[in-house]
Design a protein around this ligand. Sequence first.
Ligand SMILES: [Zn+2]
Ligand SMILES: [Zn+2]
Length: 603
Amino acid sequence: MVKAVTETTAIKLPRTSESETLKKIRHTTSHVMAMAVQRLFPKAQVTIGPWTETGFYYDFDSDRPFSEADLKAIKKEMIKIINQKLPVIREEVTRSEADHRIRAIQEPYKLEILDSIQEPITLYHLGDQWWDLCAGPHLDNTSQLNPKAIELESVAGAYWRGDSNKAQLQRIYGTAWETPEQLAEYKRRKEEALKRDHRKLGKELGLFIFADPVGPGLPLWTPKGTIVRTLLEDFLKQEQLKRSYLPVVTPHIARVDLFKTSGHWQKYKEDMFPLMADNSEAATLEQGFVLKPMNCPFHIQIYKSELRSYRDLPLRLAEFGTVYRYEQSGELGGLTRVRGFTVDDSHLFVTPEQLDSEFLNVVDLILSVFKRLQLKNFKARLSFRDPASDKYIGGDAAWEKAEGAIRRAVQALSMDYFEAPGEAAFYGPKLDFIFQDALEREWQLGTVQVDYNLPDRFDLEYTAPDGSRQRPVMIHRAPFGSLERLIGILIEEYAGDFPLWLAPIQVRLLPVSDEFVEYAQSVVTQMQGVGLRAEVDRSGERLGKMIRNAELQKIPVMAVIGAKEVESQTLSVRTRASGELGAIAVTEVIPKLQAVMEEQGSF
Ligand SMILES: [Zn+2]
Ligand SMILES: [Zn+2]
């Protein structure tokens, strides 16, 4: 339903990183929780307890896992502590004093934490009953917490320092807000997020599957999901044709040397699948083939295959290129993190003079893509390098020029942007589009990068008007980012209700009995003839059940066919967006659906 997409949330929820008040509330709540845990389970040891954007957690070393019942008891104990109105006292101590106090209470984890923190070393006390090492900030008194705005959410296993060779700990997740209303809104969104979860909806709507024999992080696209993918691809290909992009196709593997020249092998190796070597000698010499983690070096070879003149530029090569990255299996979840995915990739080879205008053209393309997908809420992140890090290739001058070009572009477009040092690709800075969905969650979508480095590494050239050899600049860009990720995000944003132009099945005809199936099929044939995706429900179920099934499949338009409809050559139309529309002539429904498709609206 369109309603679900545009529905605005009643309360805006602050994020911890943006609210000093929430930081204090969540720090203090987590300390109160840890104190409650140690009151109830004196053997439990406290490790770390940071805030998250929506709450906090604390890790405990406990001789047994905590249960749901334990969480209830802990919450009860927390309320007692809150009602005791304990002052929260900050104390600055020397390292040796902290060491001394920790040894006195026999909490070895705290000693390790002490080793890793810098001066000033501060303790936060809850009255004279409990303390922990912490940098703060905190509320002044436990009574400032509202028990009705606090919830303990779940328990999970976690490893000390995230290392599976170290002790297994019990992590309690909780959340705390300024008001009970905020907590209620947070819980509503959590529930809504579960309903919209693309892993769940993707299965229910039959869009994609994962199969254990294939492997984790490797989605298989079913016919319906493939329709959505293909529609997205076709749409972007049309947009690219209008903007003089040239299509190319490149293989999925290449010699590892290609990626040594590009720098991927040196800077990006852990994210690549291992080398395919013919024999052990080749393996030792690091010779052989690898699966491609990116498409850039392939497009560069196509550029290099001819002598290019300034008259050939800009050269815009585009490919829906499938790439493979070795994500840790623990990080794989649905479509947002996968090991094989298709990038709507393009590389633009431009003269330095063309850079600014080409960059603006790319941003314009990305904005038109977002408009078509009805993604309205986004901001631009300028992902620059962290000058102190060594994970980047290329000299300072090239980086400064590239970052300058991106900054000029967003300023010229008066876009809402922020700078994020340390987020650049290893070969160049990026402009990333961060999209905020209906539940105010943030996702990274399209990206544009300016690159002076790969043209250098591959010694790219073009002949300038004066006959001299010059270096082109590269723009890497992907409005969708990855098709897999985009579709995952769209499923959640639309809550499974694809707009008519993207719906895998647009119309389902429901004959009330078998005798009307033939007529229904003739209508479907007419619809298919004009490019509509229609089908007949041949299940023979009762009408109520057929309607329910079509609703579960979130099919935008259904049409009931009985004796009356056959006689009058009509359809009793029912849409997800507007409900019952009554009997409409077949000759009227079809053009109306076509018009809606063209406008990318809803019926
Ligand atoms: Zn704290
Ligand atoms: Zn690239």
